[in-house]
Ligand binder design. Structure first.
Ligand SMILES: [Zn+2]
Length: 100
């Protein structure tokens, strides 16, 4: 498989989602990554398997702020502590809350 830059693409483990790796074609020169259909399927499977907990919650209101209550299962799974700093990342229609 050839890259648009003209260099050879090799099959490698590539980061398909933050922190998640699967197989894809990577250009040895410019670093461009491409997937065939099978590799895309595998990458999505890797992501599905990485989901440990999925819960639905209603947003609340406290003064002027929206609040989100963290379920016990999530608290325990990530060993979250009150007063701890977290990072909120907004990705398209998603909000990811990352603990250190
Ligand atoms: Zn290239």
């Amino acid at each position: 498989m050839k890259c648009e830059c003209g260099s050879e693409m090799k099959i490698e483990k590539v980061e398909v989602f933050p922190g998640l790796f699967s197989e894809g074609y990577k250009c040895q020169k410019c670093g461009e990554i491409e997937f065939n259909e099978e590799q895309m399927r595998k990458a999505l499977l890797v992501k599905e398997k990485a989901i440990k907990i999925m819960v639905k919650r209603k947003l609340g209101k406290l003064g002027e702020s929206l609040i989100l209550r963290i379920p016990k299962s999530v608290e325990e799974s990530l060993n979250l502590k009150s007063g701890e700093d977290v990072k909120i990342i907004v990705e398209r229609n998603k909000m990811i809350i990352e603990s250190d």
